[in-house]
Design a protein around this ligand. Structure first.
Ligand code: PLP
Length: 399
């Protein structure tokens, strides 16, 4: 019989991937289900980008590339970072991988061992704690309640730091809340980090283009450029350009860290797919109108869903500043009883009840902060409206 390695026994499969798979199964079996678990844009990859990928295959761009990506992809990454953060990154400061997910995993693998601590503000993207555990690190979860805007405060950061802290992970706009830090809030976190030079910052900015407020979402490298020599910025094309299946992500940061990541990558997959790199470079360097068009749609769905959920007695929903998720509070339904006689004890019970009522969502405990649930608005506007109607009817049926 097979016994997995300890690093595998310590982790669990991604709950959002599992919930999405279960929703797909139920629908395939004929269930009338609105799937609000999806973590990817419902839009198709822009045609012009697809054409570049197809042309790359036709033109024989079908071979290994340098570990740190093709010159065209690196050029696009460098230009984007200069534009967004005002920092000029050299070729030895760039890593590319099969999605931001692989880049984050490699960054942790390259830097964490022996129970090094990684501070993860909750609610968090489900993968961070398991990635830390898989790499022999210790996730240090810091709850950031709704009353604090789901954001890490300087005080909470200060008290979470120990001599064993290796990383602070920031993710804004956040999956699952859509919250983001203002420049002043980032400056206040940076002031704490100034006192602890051994703590590095991993900033996951994968949703930075999906932003509903004025200007651009603030980034810590821009606000605190003096931290650049211990900040690793992660991004990719999955969410901004509806390219989840192409699997291209990147990370930029200090050369010694990136060198370690690229050494691992050279032994792990050599490089991500060459034709995907061609398409990603074209997406980043080409016409950007796709972003404005899709963000306008996400924003409209956000407004519809936030208003609909806030009308439901027992639920409340903060307005996300970015990304395509809502993270409503369901404290008001805990302790109630379903028409079938089941008492709702926690947010998992609530999402299981919603599943019976035709809506698939993900419970807040999976993201480390209860009682909440996550719904995605990366589905058609009609389905967002239908899901809200079903949630309202489900909650009204509780007593
Ligand atoms: N980071 C966050 C916060 C995410 O939500 C996701 C995808 O769900 C990723 C990273 C991974 O994106 P990619 O498709 O580039 O691996």
């Amino acid at each position: 019989s097979f016994t997995p390695a300890a690093r595998v026994a310590r982790i669990k499969p991604s709950p959002s991937v599992a919930a999405a798979a279960r929703a797909k199964e139920l629908r395939a079996a004929g269930a009338d289900l609105v799937d609000m678990t999806v973590g990817e844009p419902d839009f198709d990859t822009p045609d012009a980008v697809k054409e570049v990928g197809i042309a790359a295959i036709r033109d024989g761009d079908t071979k290994y590339t340098p570990v740190n990506g093709t010159p065209a992809l690196r050029k696009a990454i460098r230009a984007r970072m200069l534009d967004r953060a005002g920092v000029s990154y050299g070729d030895d400061q760039i890593s590319v991988g099969g999605g931001a997910k692989q880049v984050i995993f490699l960054a942790l693998m390259a830097s964490v061992d022996d129970e090094a601590e990684v501070i993860i503000p909750a609610p968090y993207w489900v993968s961070y704690p398991d990635m830390v555990l898989a790499n022999e690190g210790l996730p240090v979860i810091v709850e950031c309640p709704e009353s604090a805007g789901f954001k890490l405060t300087p005080e909470a950061l200060e008290s979470a730091i120990t001599t064993k802290t290796r990383w602070l992970i920031l993710n804004a706009p956040s999956n699952p809340t859509g919250a983001a830090y203002s420049e002043a809030e980032l400056a206040a976190l940076a002031a704490v980090l100034d006192r602890h030079p051994h703590v590095w910052i991993l900033t996951d900015e994968i949703y930075d283009e999906i932003w509903f407020e004025a200007g651009r979402v603030p980034s810590i490298v821009k606000v605190a450029p003096h931290l650049a020599d211990r900040t690793f910025v992660v991004n990719g094309v999955s969410k901004s350009y509806a390219m989840t299946g192409w699997r291209i992500g990147y990370g930029v940061g200090p050369a010694p860290l990136v060198g370690a990541i690229n050494k691992l990558q050279s032994q792990m997959s050599s490089c991500p797919a060459s034709m995907s790199q061609a398409a990603a470079a074209a997406a980043m360097a080409g016409d950007q109108s796709f972003i404005a068009e899709t963000v306008a749609v996400y924003k409209q769905r956000r407004d519809i869903a936030v208003a609909a959920i806030n009308k439901i007695d027992g639920l409340s929903c903060a307005t996300p500043s970015g990304a395509f998720y809502l993270y409503p509070n369901c404290a008001g339904v805990i302790g109630k009883t379903t028409p079938e006689g089941t008492r709702i004890e926690n947010d998992l019970d609530f999402v299981l009840y919603l599943l019976d009522r035709g809506v698939a969502a993900i419970h807040g405990a999976a993201y480390g902060l209860s009682p909440h649930f996550r719904i995605s608005t990366a589905t058609s506007t009609d389905l967002v409206e239908e899901a809200c109607r079903r949630i309202a009817a489900a909650v009204a049926a509780l007593h």
